[in-house]
Design a protein. Sequence first.
Length: 300
Amino acid sequence: MTVAVLYGGPSEERAISVDSGSAVAAALERRGYRVARIDVGADLPERLRETGAERAWVALHGPFGEDGVVQGCLETLGVPYTGSGVLGSALAMDKLRSKQVWQAAQIPTPPVVDLASEPYDTVAARLGWPVMVKPAASGSSLGLQRVDQAVDLASAHEAARVYDDTVLAEAWVAGTEVTVGVLDGEPLPVLRLKITRGFYDYTAKYDSGAGTEYHQPTGLGEVVEGQCQRVALAAFWALGCDGWGRVDLMVGEAGLQVIEVNTIPGMTEHSLVPKAAAHAGIGFDELVERILGTATTARG
C-alpha cells in the first residue's frame, strides 16, 4: 500500500506540521508501507494522482489543513484519509461554533464573548476578570493571551487578530489542565499537565526547556479521570469528529470544562497523544498504523 503523508501547508503551524509529518512518515516506513511525502499546496490533487496513493495520513495543522478544506479535496478525489471529516474538522477548528454546539448539547464549557461583534464592556459584565483572549480559528495555542484588566483588552485583541479576524474572550477557569486523546472512538489515558509558566501556550507545548510536566496517573483519582474521558468523548462526538484526536479540559471548582477539540493533534516528540498512547501500551509506530487503519471517506 502507498500512503501519502500530507504535511506542511501554508498555515502558521507549518513548522510543527513538518515535524509531525516527518515522524509519521518514518513510522509508516518502519512498518513496511510505501510512503509518499507531500508538502501540501494547491497542486495536491495532481500530487496524489502522481503517487497513486491509496490512503492519506493527514498531518496538517491549522487552517487549510485542519478545517475541512483538505478533507473536502480528499473526499472529492475518493482518497480515504485519517482524522475527522469535513463537518467535524470545520466545527472543531472554529472555537466559537464549537462552544455553541456544546452549549446546545449541555456539555460544560467556559462562556465567551465574541470581540468582533460585541463591545468590550460586555467582557467585564459577562465574564469578569481575568479572561483568555484567543483567535477563533487557530491552533498550537498561537495568539493566546491572559488579560487581567480592561485596559489591556484592545492590545490583546489586536495581537490575536494576526491569526484570525474572529477573536474571543473566554472566561478564565482556574484549576488543573488535563487532556484526553481519542483513538478510534476510545479514550486514551488522561494526562495532567503541570505548567510552570502561566498556561499551556506555544512555548509550553513545544519548547523542551519550558518545564512542562505530564502526569499519568493524574493524581485526580479514577472517578475524576473516568469523568474526564466521558465528557471528552461527548464533546468530540457532538462536533461530528471521528477517527482520532484530542480533547483539552480544565478541572476546577465548577467541575469539568471543555476547552477545545483538536482533530489533528501534533505527532512530535513533545506531543500529547503519543504520550497518552504510551501509557496504554501503544508505541509510536503502532499508534501511527492504528490511526491509518481509521482512514475512510465514509463518515457520519
